[in-house]
Design a protein around this ligand. Structure first.
Ligand SMILES: C[S@@+](CC[C@H](N)C(=O)[O-])C[C@H]1O[C@@H](n2cnc3c(N)ncnc32)[C@H](O)[C@@H]1O
Length: 323
C-alpha cells in the first residue's frame, strides 16, 4: 500500500501529540518540500490538529496534561485564545507595578530575568482576552495582589480593570506569609500585610467543588523558600494553590496560569488530577523551576502518575517571547 505524505504526517502527529512545523521539516524534509509538508498540515488543520501558536500544533483530543510555554503573556494570551481551549480556573499572580516594587532586572536580589512589569492598562487588555476563554459562567478567575495601605491605591487601579469585563468579584480572601516558626513575616519591624486574593466569575458565584466541601480563600501559610536559599522569588505555597484548584475546578479540568513563576501551580494542579497550562516569560523560571517539576511529575515523583504524558516543552513563540 502506498504511504502518502499525509498519512506519514498523521502517524507522526499521533505518536507525538504535539509538534511544530520545524519538527516536521526535520522529519520529512529530506524527502519532501517544505511547502508540501505545510500544505498537508493545513489540510488536516480542521478537526485533527489544533493550532496553539505560530507554527505549533497539538493533536485534537490528545491527552495533554500540561502545556508549558515561554512567552510574553501580554501578547501570547491572544494566541491562546485562537487555540480555542477553555479554562475552568485562570490564575493571575501579576507582576504588578506598585510603590517600592521594581522589576526583576532592575533588582538583582530578586534573581529574575529582565521583564517589564504589567501596567494596569495592559492587565485590562489581558482580562478582556481571558473573558472569552472561560468554559462556563461559573468558571473562576483568581487574582492576587499585594495588600497593605501603601499599595492599596495602585492595587485599586488593577482591580478596577475588572469593571470593563463581565466577571464580577464573588469572594475576597488573603494570604498571610508565615515564617517556619509560625510568626507573621516582617519587613524591618513591621508585619508584612497579607496579599489580597479575589475570586471572579461571570455569574458572580463562588465555586466550591471539593469532595469534602471545604472551601477557603483565607490562608496563613509558611512562605516558600526564599530566593537566597534556592527558592523562586514570589512563589506561592503549593498547599494554597492546591486548595484553590480543588475548589474551583473538577478533575480533568484546565487551569491557566499566565504568570507561572516557580511553576508551583503545575505541581498543585497535576497533583489533584487537573490539567495545567503555564506561561512564563523568564527562562530562569522555565529551566530551573517549572520544567524540573514537570519532569519530576513524569518520573512519578509528584503525587500522581499519568499514563500517557504529553507536553509542550519550552516553546518560544516567534515574535512573542521577549527574553
Ligand atoms: C508574582 S510572580 C508569579 C509567581 C507564581 N505565582 C509562583 O507561585 O511562583 C510573576 C511572574 O510573572 C513573570 N512575568 C513577568 N512579565 C511577564 C509577561 N509579560 N508574561 C509572562 N510572564 C511574565 C515573572 O517572571 C514572574 O515569574
Amino acid at each position: 500500500m502506498k504511504t502518502t505524505l499525509a498519512s506519514k504526517i498523521l502517524h507522526y502527529i499521533e505518536d507525538h501529540k504535539q509538534f511544530t512545523m520545524s519538527d516536521l521539516y526535520r522529519e520529512f524534509g529530506d524527502a519532501y518540500k517544505k511547502h508540501s509538508i505545510r500544505a498537508r498540515v493545513y489540510e488536516n488543520l480542521k478537526g485533527t490538529v489544533i493550532r496553539t501558536g505560530k507554527g505549533s500544533y497539538i493533536l485534537a483530543g490528545a491527552e495533554i496534561e500540561a502545556i508549558v510555554e515561554q512567552a510574553d503573556s501580554r501578547k501570547h494570551v491572544f494566541e491562546i485564545k485562537k487555540a480555542n481551549i477553555f479554562y475552568d480556573l485562570i490564575f493571575l499572580d501579576v507582576p504588578y507595578r506598585t510603590g517600592g516594587q521594581r522589576g526583576g532586572g532592575s533588582n538583582p536580589k530578586r534573581n529574575m530575568a529582565d521583564y517589564n512589569l504589567i501596567d494596569p492598562e495592559e492587565f485590562g487588555e489581558i482580562l478582556k482576552a481571558i473573558e472569552g476563554m472561560l468554559r462556563s459562567s461559573n468558571s473562576q478567575v483568581y487574582f492576587m495582589m499585594a495588600g497593605g495601605k501603601s499599595s492599596a491605591p495602585q492595587a485599586q487601579r488593577y482591580i478596577r480593570m475588572f469593571d470593563q469585563t463581565s466577571p464580577q468579584c464573588n469572594d475576597i480572601g488573603s494570604y498571610m506569609k508565615l515564617t517556619s516558626t509560625g510568626k507573621v513575616c516582617n519587613m524591618a519591624q513591621h508585619d508584612m500585610p497579607p496579599e489580597i486574593i479575589m475570586a471572579f466569575s461571570t455569574d458572580g458565584k463562588v465555586r466550591d467543588c471539593t469532595d469534602d466541601g471545604s472551601y477557603r480563600l483565607d490562608f496563613a501559610l509558611e512562605r516558600p523558600k526564599l530566593a537566597r536559599y534556592g527558592g523562586y522569588p514570589t512563589a506561592k505555597p503549593v498547599a494554597m494553590l492546591q486548595q484553590m484548584v480543588a475548589q474551583a475546578t473538577e478533575k480533568g479540568q484546565w487551569v491557566l496560569d499566565l504568570f507561572a513563576g516557580s511553576g508551583n501551580m503545575l505541581e498543585a494542579a497535576l497533583g489533584v488530577g487537573r490539567k495545567a497550562h503555564l506561561v512564563e516569560i523568564c527562562s530562569n523560571a522555565i529551566d530551573n523551576f517549572i520544567l524540573p517539576k514537570l519532569h519530576a511529575f513524569h518520573e512519578g515523583n509528584l503525587a500522581r502518575r499519568i499514563h500517557r504524558p504529553t507536553l509542550f516543552d519550552h516553546f518560544n513563540f516567534a515574535g512573542s517571547a521577549h527574553v
